[in-house]
Write a protein that binds this ligand. Structure first.
Ligand code: ARG
Ligand code: ZN
Length: 423
């Protein structure tokens, strides 16, 4: 018996619970501000060294004087990096003291804990669970939900779109498009799409706004645009942003899908270097994920009246253009819609959201899906940057999911109701 016991105990060590056991990176997120051009250079340099990962801005070239830079620094580099910062008089503070407990909070499976049993939509889910949810949602609600396979990822994972419809059906109906998870590490984004779908299903004919929207428009939801990247953030590197495309002449992996669309593709604000976080890819729509979305929207451009792309973080409601400083043809209309949506969020949830054209509100970012959709003829095109403004950044705790989603939903409803009136 003793031997059996010993074997049993040993086996516990040999076969640890494989579920979501990722190498949880222990590290810090520093908030750093450069004030001179020399310090900007040094900061750009540091942020491309020591396995650090930029959170904000997404690429070293966007670093400017007097704007906050959020940098993830793995534990083994903290001393080197902070010593360097100090030696150049760069001011910094610890934004996240230790990333490990936050990542554990985001990945913990407490679905069997009686306290959080019913809170499926207030948790982050690994990719397999999201695919399971897509299937179950479609099967359970055949009257409201249809599923379309619009393509597949680099690693051949399916890209599913859910089409939500109300009962009053005159075909062909206008529609709005919502995509989530274009950037792998922005976990609140797919959580938002799931929240939205659940809200439509449970609140249709109960909530006035969503009933009105679904009575006039269908909603296409792509809950997971970058499944390979998302899977990678769960299993290998929490801070990953791009897809997982391999490149012929380089060991670096991934294309920034929000730089891969045909809107001033790969001009200033994107990178042509495959190792960079904002790598634009070999040509517009070189990536199957971007191509699938573009093909679907091209085929449905006569009915799709509004485009929404969901990102995080920084609390912003953005509209074209991001690929140039040019003003959108209906700038005033877009600005008013975004402003009213931001006001609604402020009124109901007390949080501030900035709004404006992407290029002026954050930075020049060509090749984005929103600008491309806008140029295709979808006059109401938005990118939402959900919570927060940097306290937790991408590591937003599950307890914040509900409010973050409600804010996004409020803005989406507010804009969609106006779109209905105008189309
Ligand atoms: N943080 C987003 C990005 O860097 C901003 C997207 C704004 N829109 C755009 N088309 N670039 O991709
Ligand atoms: Zn993003």
């Amino acid at each position: 018996l003793q031997i059996l016991l010993i074997i049993y105990v040993l086996s516990l060590f040999k076969f640890p619970d494989k579920c979501h056991s990722t190498e949880v990176p222990d590290g810090k997120v520093l908030s750093i501000t450069a004030s001179t051009p020399e310090q900007v250079d040094i900061l750009r340099n540091i942020s491309s060294q020591y396995e650090t990962v930029l959170w904000q801005p997404a690429s070293p070239m966007y670093i400017t004087a007097n704007s906050e830079v959020h940098l993830y620094v793995p534990q083994e580099s903290v001393l080197n990096v902070t010593t360097l910062l100090q030696s150049h008089q760069l001011t910094y503070r610890s934004m996240v003291e230790n990333t490990q407990p936050l990542i554990e909070m985001q990945t913990r499976d407490d679905s069997k804990d009686p306290k959080s049993m019913g809170k499926f939509y207030e948790r982050y889910h690994p990719l397999e669970e999201i695919y399971f949810w897509i299937n179950k949602t479609t099967v359970d609600h055949p009257n409201m939900v249809k599923v379309f396979l619009i393509g597949s990822s680099v690693e051949k994972r399916p890209l599913y779109v859910l089409k939500l419809s109300g009962r009053a059906s005159s075909t062909p109906k206008n529609a709005i498009w919502v995509d989530c998870g274009i950037h792998a590490r922005e976990w609140i984004s797919p959580a938002f799409c799931m929240w939205l779908v659940d809200h439509c299903i449970t609140q249709y004919e109960a909530n006035r706004d969503i009933t009105e929207i679904l009575n006039s428009m269908d909603i296409y939801v792509l809950p997971m645009m970058n499944p390979d990247g998302y899977e990678y953030t769960w299993t290998a590197q929490r801070m990953w942003r791009k897809n997982r495309a391999k490149h012929p002449d380089s060991d670096c992996v991934g294309v920034d899908l929000n730089r891969n669309f045909d809107a001033n593709w790969c001009t200033s604000g994107a990178s042509s270097r495959s190792c960079d976080q904002t790598y634009c890819g070999q040509f517009p729509e070189s990536e199957p994920e971007a191509q699938a979305v573009a093909n679907f929207l091209r085929s449905n451009k006569n009915t799709v009246k509004a485009y929404f792309s969901i990102h995080s973080y920084s609390q912003m409601l953005l509209f074209p253009y991001s690929c140039s400083y040019e003003q959108a043809r209906n700038h005033d209309e877009l600005n008013e819609m975004a402003q009213d949506a931001a006001k609604d969020i402020q009124r109901y949830y007390g949080n501030q959201y900035k709004f404006g054209p992407g290029s002026q509100t954050i930075y020049l970012a060509p090749g984005g899906s929103d600008d491309w959709a806008y140029n295709l003829g979808i006059d109401y095109s938005f990118t939402f940057e959900l919570q927060d403004r940097g306290k937790y950044g991408f590591l937003l705790p599950p307890s914040h999911i509900a409010k973050a989603c409600k804010e996004g939903l409020q803005a989406l409803k507010s804009i969609s109701l106006k779109v209905i009136q105008r189309s």
